[in-house]
Design a protein around this ligand. Structure first.
Ligand code: NAG
Ligand code: NAG
Ligand code: NAG
Ligand code: NAG
Ligand code: NAG
Ligand code: NAG
Ligand code: NAG
Ligand code: NAG
Length: 225
């Protein structure tokens, strides 16, 4: 699954490069933008990283030598492309800005999840309902919420972050609930985003304790980072 999605994104990335010089908006395909280039760099980076990790490579390919050779060949091309792209300082600084925006967006989302968890733990009715009156679960949520509060306090004390979150919120509101395409595109570009990590930490936690709703888990995942 992961393997085929990697290939899918590789194919996409290659397609983007192939169209790199054309303005393909009119043909209905996505135009090459700074965002798409930053995203591409991030996929190329992942590919190069994968190819250099023999353990991971064997794991992802189930030790299929054909697939391994294929990935290594693609990674070699990717590496060349990366070198070229990295030499463009304009692009590099644009990507840094985009990555920072994606990171901030992630942090704002995390704050929301943490706040939801804290609110849930503070509402006996809602808590009993969510935990289906299971005292073990109720206690577990309360324990997580205590940690969530600590994390939330630390994040809230960062006025740079809270100001950024407020402005993201108001820009989203002014778009009347329309999904901020730019934000989601840049978030997608930040492959190692904290939300993604929180989600995987959350699924680990879920496997371990069989907990609850996704926001509780994502918030909990945040605390495991
Ligand atoms: C080419 O792309 C740019 C930026 O995406 C856009 O502003 C412009 O209208 C496009 N031109 C054509 C002919 O599609
Ligand atoms: C290689 O990948 C494995 C997981 O597949 C990971 O545990 C390990 O840290 C990676 N090694 C390096 C050098 O990144
Ligand atoms: C290895 O992968 C190649 C290419 O995807 C495939 O054609 C071949 O059947 C695979 N070999 C084994 C032993 O699974
Ligand atoms: C560098 O990247 C920018 C986009 O960030 C692009 O407009 C410019 O053409 C690139 N320069 C070169 C030399 O490729
Ligand atoms: C607690 O949760 C219940 C059920 O979800 C909700 O109806 C109620 O308004 C909440 N109470 C407070 C003080 O938020
Ligand atoms: C309560 O939840 C815990 C932890 O998820 C679970 O192990 C236990 O079986 C549940 N108890 C009941 C009575 O459902
Ligand atoms: C505050 O948040 C901003 C934006 O996410 C971040 O760049 C900065 O490092 C944070 N400051 C502290 C002290 O954590
Ligand atoms: C705002 O969104 C609502 C539905 O979410 C819609 O009914 C309304 O027409 C929108 N207003 C504008 C100005 O787009």
């Amino acid at each position: 699954m992961q393997f085929s999605s990697l290939f899918f994104s590789l194919v996409l990335a290659t397609a983007v490069v192939a169209k790199g010089d054309k303005n393909s908006t009119s043909t209905g395909t996505k135009a090459v933008t700074d965002k798409s280039m930053c995203k591409e760099m991030s996929s190329l980076n992942q590919l190069v990283k994968l190819a250099s990790n023999e353990t991971k490579l064997a794991d992802k390919t189930k030790n299929n030598a054909t697939k391994i050779a294929d990935i290594q060949a693609k990674a070699s091309d990717a590496s060349t492309k990366l070198t070229t792209m990295s030499s463009n300082t304009t692009l590099m600084s644009t990507c840094a800005v985009i990555d920072a925006a994606a990171k901030t967006d992630d942090e704002c989302q995390s704050m929301k999840s943490l706040q939801k968890l804290v609110s849930l733990a503070g509402n006996d009715t809602a808590l009993a309902d969510k935990a289906k009156n299971n005292q073990t679960k109720i206690d577990a949520i309360k324990g997580l919420a205590t940690k969530a509060q600590t994390k939330l306090d630390a994040m809230t004390s960062n006025s740079t972050l809270t100001t950024a979150c407020d402005s993201i919120k108001s820009s989203k509101a002014s778009k009347n609930g329309t999904k901020d395409a730019a934000a989601s595109a840049s978030a997608a570009g930040a492959s190692a985003s904290s939300t993604a990590k929180a989600k995987s930490a959350a699924s680990m936690l879920n496997a371990r304790v069989g907990l609850l709703s996704s926001f509780v888990l994502v918030a909990a995942g945040m605390m495991m980072l």
